[in-house]
Design a protein. Sequence first.
Length: 117
Amino acid sequence: MTTQDFLYCLGKTESNDNPNVHLGDNGRALGRFQVHPDWVYTQSARFGLKPFLNETWDSFITRLVTAFYEHNIQFIAPVDVAMYFHLGHRTPSTAPDWDAEYAERFNVFAADVALPH
């Protein structure tokens, strides 16, 4: 799966790929990828990324999610990267905290991008 395909699938899973989605998770999540402030802070430090002057929220968060994906895809499958993003920690599909509904939504979009267009 390409980085662009992952961004699309994750965005569809989180917000129907709408960059203008406002607050979710009881006021803790924002935007296309429904990120929490602590995730932004942690990943910004982890990857040494800062927003550019006048950069949009969606552009900056897309750069963070890109870095997150490109780092983790070296070790785990795309759906596992999405689940890591969703839960905030890695977990196997056999674990009780695996969100099967979330994985299924992601996989539906992943199957769609894999089809020849």
